[in-house]
Write a new protein. Sequence first.
Length: 175
Amino acid sequence: MPQLNELRLTVARELRGAATGLPWSAIWIRELLAWGTLEPLVAYLMATNRAATRLEGQTRLPEYLAWLEARDGTLIEADIYHPQRLREWADEVRPRRIPEAEIQSEIAAVAVGELPPRSPAYPVVSLINEDRVSWLDPAGYVLAHSRQSDTTARITPQQRAWFHPTASQVSLVTW
């Protein structure tokens, strides 16, 4: 029985997402409900800050399967979503990094609706349509809008930034 409890603790540690503090399986279930992300690897990569978008995570699947096959000599279906295998691969291919964001500039932005006060800043990415910039969270929800003409900073498509709802501004960052 002690071995079973130790195994449960090991699995629980392996499933915990470093970036969110939630188990990556919870991220996967949220993604599944919101967007139909059926791929647990994609949810794991996003939860551990190794992929910024679902598309980026999805493109890594063949790489993971090739690594798993090379490691074991064959592709064992039961091991494909084993939490330890996912973590070993992710750590080997792209070690976890805590992003040190360097603020380039700050831009005035208007929030779309009210945001829960659980965080002073939200990670966002830019979506540009002519002069209008929409700032989307990692799940694709629009959190704020701004205008290119309101700033001297050059906003690029898919520019990573932080949206500060209380200050009504977006901080452009380099990672």
